[in-house]
Write a new protein. Structure first.
Length: 192
């Protein structure tokens, strides 16, 4: 991001608060929230060789809210000429990817796979394989592998921990996750 770490933190925290209020919830600026926002701002302003982030933890602790806050901040920065190019983060639910494979055209899957910036919401909630006329497909894994090979910015949220992700997707994909993603672990309890 074209700003200092402190600026990124302040903007992300403000965007997070706005997203919480948009969801008709009370904003709680506790240590856990500050730590999660700080971890994301640290990644976004670092020279990390990783090209994405994963936010993992229990249900209801702010992962989705922070993801949408990040998307809104990118939109704000693009609209107000803080960045030179259109960034735009596409957020898609993991289960939506599965239904797109079943119901839509290859063109739509290709658009998801090739989005310049992609975030997958609730990774691990979807079926790993989809059967289509007797053929087995693993669309989420295929998308993640494509993005790994192309080194495209990718993020995801998940209620699964690292071991559960490894069990669901296999050691090969889990190993790629270690290379691709900065891990942000949400340790706080639910805000719901």
């Amino acid at each position: 991001m074209p700003c200092t770490n402190e600026q990124a933190y302040t903007m992300l925290l403000s965007a997070y608060k706005a997203e919480v209020l948009h969801r008709n919830r009370k904003f709680i600026c506790d240590d856990a929230t500050k730590a999660n926002v700080k971890a994301l701002s640290d990644f976004l302003t670092s020279d990390s060789h990783k090209f994405g982030f994963m936010m993992i933890g229990n249900c209801g602790n702010g992962k989705t809210t922070l993801l949408y806050a990040f998307q809104n901040l990118l939109n704000y920065m693009t609209r107000n000429d803080y960045v030179d190019k259109e960034y735009g983060l596409r957020i898609v639910d993991a289960k939506e990817i599965i239904s797109t494979v079943r119901d839509e055209t290859y063109k739509q899957i290709k658009a998801i796979r090739q989005a310049p910036m992609l975030a997958i919401e609730d990774l691990g909630r979807e079926s790993t394989e989809v059967l289509d006329y007797g053929n087995a497909y693993s669309p989420v894994i295929d998308i993640l592998e494509y993005r790994y090979n192309e080194q495209l910015f990718t993020a995801f949220t998940s209620n699964l921990d690292v071991d559960e992700l490894t069990n669901k997707y296999g050691k090969r994909i889990a190993d790629r996750f270690r290379e691709m993603f900065v891990k942000i672990v949400f340790k706080n309890t639910t805000y719901r």
